[in-house]
Ligand binder design. Structure first.
Ligand code: 5AD
Ligand code: SF4
Length: 439
């Protein structure tokens, strides 16, 4: 018997890419590929790229440059470029980089095995009508008790800075039945927590019995699955937080008290220029309603500083919004002009100014994050053990509020839920002592 062919996958960017990489690896598994973490051993290298911010294509070409030597040593090595840079640059990648054999856009992954089998240099960046996931083999390779499930892809919002509507295409929701089947399959394999993924997940509107289902209805149905203890979803747009979804945060015990709800800016002028279609005040009132439904919810957001035209007053308005909300954590980025987006046409804010604003904003967020963690000290929280910790007798997992928790529990096993007492807070995690195991 010959050794199986080896596949090395490098994933850049978001959780959706992580999910897609797993599915591509499984699809190629059907062709005899097993994954490896050692690039030198690989018969095929797949770079699953991200185009959302700066230097994505520079990073790709420098990685491709580094693969040149390997390809000389192993002429049969296949190199594939997937993801949003593949979509955005297409043919250009084949032209610029002779090491590349395959270019495959995010909507064409189901064709990957075919493309590999056909041999030669190939490109597919089409947006087919069918659900790419139905063409891929059923999920099997599982890494732990917490899994992701892509329910929706693409975005119709066209925020002025963002490439997603161009690279991932317009919104497509997967049908309810397929998602329920996939979720049941995951639970049968030991999964106890599922995070529903989508670029605009709360705009979900999948075909279900009796018509189109929204995200709240999908969550309620998933909550019926025996053994599925925890549900989360990300990423959401404020304008799609419908009443029934807010209500679900109040009455669905499986829906965890954590919400990532990007606002990007606290200035109405900038929000308008960003084409966000909501004001700072509307966001604040929305947060009030969400907190009324689930008072202990931890909120997270994304911020962009240095958007074209952002003045000091605009930036102060963003800081004011952050102070008014009090976030449990947040991601913040310096604006980066993405070719082809409307904002890229406008004159940029000076780099030093944007850098200084980013630092100031991050310091504020860090202090809020610390405060949220410190508030947990002394409390009992529930943790799902995901892996052993670095110290002996330790398990690591996430709390309901998505804090990483290191728990002293020598008998703890992966996949168990435990009540633990939080003893201390460090920069990015909590330390705790096991109190009782739930199951
Ligand atoms: N520049 C900087 N940040 C961006 N994001 C999206 N596009 C850009 C851009 N051009 C950020 C937004 C989004 C997150 C995923 O990435 O904050 O919510
Ligand atoms: Fe991009 Fe999100 Fe805006 Fe859609 S809602 S365009 S994914 S930033």
């Amino acid at each position: 018997m010959t050794d199986p062919k080896k596949l090395f996958v490098k994933t850049y960017g978001c959780q959706m890419n992580v999910y897609d990489s797993e599915r591509m690896a499984e699809a190629l598994g059907a062709q005899g590929y097993v994954t490896t973490d050692v690039v030198e051993e690989a018969d095929m290298v797949l770079l699953n790229t991200c185009h959302i911010r700066e230097k994505a294509s520079e990073k790709l070409y420098s990685d491709l440059g580094r693969l040149r030597g390997l390809k000389v040593a192993k002429p049969d090595l296949k190199v594939g470029v997937a993801g949003c840079v593949a979509q955005a640059e297409g043919e250009e990648i084949l032209r610029r980089s002779p090491v590349v054999d395959l270019v495959v856009g995010p909507q064409a992954y189901h064709r990957l095995p075919e493309m590999v089998a056909a041999g030669g240099r190939q490109i597919d960046t089409d947006f087919p009508a069918e659900d790419k996931f139905t063409q891929l083999p059923a999920r099997k390779a599982l890494r732990g008790p917490a899994a992701f499930l892509t329910v929706q892809e693409g975005c119709d919002k066209f925020c002025a800075f963002c490439v997603v509507p161009y690279t991932r295409g317009t919104e497509v929701s997967r049908p309810v039945d397929r998602l329920l089947d996939e979720a049941r399959g995951l639970v049968a394999q030991g999964v106890r927590e599922i995070t529903l993924l989508g670029q605009n997940v709360n705009a979900y509107h999948g075909a279900g019995s009796g018509g189109s289902w929204g995200l709240a209805r999908l969550l309620r149905e998933l909550a019926q699955i025996e053994g599925l203890e925890r549900l989360r979803y990300t990423t959401s747009h404020p304008n799609d937080m419908e009443d029934d979804l807010i209500a679900a945060h109040g009455d669905l015990p499986q829906l965890m008290p954590y919400l990532h709800l990007p606002v990007q800016s606290g200035s109405d002028r900038i929000l308008k220029a960003m084409n966000r279609k909501h004001s700072a005040d509307q966001y604040l009132r929305l947060i009030e309603r969400i907190r009324a439904a689930r008072p202990d919810i931890l909120l997270s957001s994304d911020f962009i500083v240095g958007f074209p035209g952002e003045t000091d007053a605009d930036f102060q308005a963003t800081l004011d919004l952050i102070r008014a909300v009090g976030f449990g954590q947040a991601f913040s980025f310096k604006y980066s002009a993405r070719p082809g987006t409307p904002a890229a046409e406008k004159p940029p804010v000076a780099a030093e100014i944007a850098d200084a604003r980013l630092q100031e904003l991050q310091a504020l967020i860090t202090s809020q994050q610390r405060a949220a963690q410190v508030a947990m000290v002394g409390r009992e929280v529930t943790v799902l053990y995901e892996k052993p910790g670095r110290l002996p007798g330790q398990m690591v997992g996430k709390s309901d509020h998505l804090h990483a928790v290191h728990v002293t529990d020598p008998e703890g096993r992966i996949g168990q839920l435990a009540r633990v007492r939080v003893l201390s807070s460090s920069s990015n995690s909590l330390a705790a002592q096991m109190v009782s195991r739930l199951a």
